[in-house]
Design a protein around this ligand. Sequence first.
Ligand SMILES: *Cc1c(COP(=O)(O)O)cnc(C)c1O
Length: 382
Amino acid sequence: MIATRMKNLHPYVPGEQPKDRDYIKLNANENPYPPSPAVAKAICQAVQAHPEKLGLYPDPDSNELKEAIATMLNETGGVLCRASVQDGKAAPAREDKIPFTVTPDMIYCGNGSDEVLSFVFYAFFDSDRALVLPEHTYSFYPVYAGFYQIPLDKVPLKNDWTLDREKMLSDANKTNASIIFANPNAPTGLALTRNEIRAMIKSAPKDRIFVVDEAYVDFGGESAIPLLAEFKNLVVVRTFSKSLCGAGQRLGYIVSSPELVNHVTTVKNSLNHFPIDYLAQTAGIAACKDAPYYVECAKKVASERDSFISFLQEHGWFVIDSKTNFVFAKKDGIGGEETYKKIKEAGILVRHFSTPGIEEFLRITIGTGEQMARLCDVMKNL
Ligand SMILES: *Cc1c(COP(=O)(O)O)cnc(C)c1O
């Protein structure tokens, strides 16, 4: 009864969303802060003032949302935690300023960056050669590779948990293949600088797409968006789920050349013509118009993260340097799974992966100051 292609599916297992108890949720890298009050207001207004719009199809191309995203990127430089706010307006840090204007035709938006990534896989990766990626990176990439039957070349991380860029490039050049990774990477939290990414793209195959997933860049990485001026084969993937406090809204996007955006749009129009519902578009537009709010949230998260890293180090943990809204840490003599269970018993959920090579680690999402204080109390007594 089941199609043979079903055997290639290896579904992703998301962080738990338990209902049995009110846990502090530090297991799915969600933002602990609610969206800007302007978002709730825009949704209420849309429902109250134009309920008839819920009965109509939404704008299939999310044009107003694309405009709002482009404006926000230009206003913040695409790295919220370093942007500044003055007189209710955000401005990019000098090093983040994008040396051109991002225009709406450089944006494609979809129903969460997971859907956007799926369309990117479909549009740009062929099954005749192995897509190059780090062994430990966002675990949805192998899921899509199975779905679209794209072979993978998983390159092990180096001993210091950084990407083995030399090996990734030499493999990609051997077969003329595409490269994908998250920057900052997940679940390690480590980031490459823009210069390191530039050097990588320069040495990668020119006629193959190079994908950088910037889900976490707003918490302290360097965006690759400025590199779009130099490289026609670069696709930058971003999401509202982490730094824009919008995981429940399911919004993600790519920034690339208009030509590549058109290819992804062709996939969308062949598969899911209206990927973003009216309320999500409304919410996304309102969020982008209140960049200062999200700048403050990102700064708070980054500062909690740095305090938490100091706490862990003082208590004998090994912590990988993080430019994200989570930390990846382990401690000699206590097992990852066992520690995860003890923390769960105390009412706090963190993430443990049983993947070989990283099974001693815990991935802990940065919450509010209050949540982190509770967690520190629990971890002190482990
Ligand atoms: C969370 C995450 C995503 C998915 O984001 P959604 O927009 O919620 O689908 C994509 N890539 C990475 C690396 C992530 O951590």
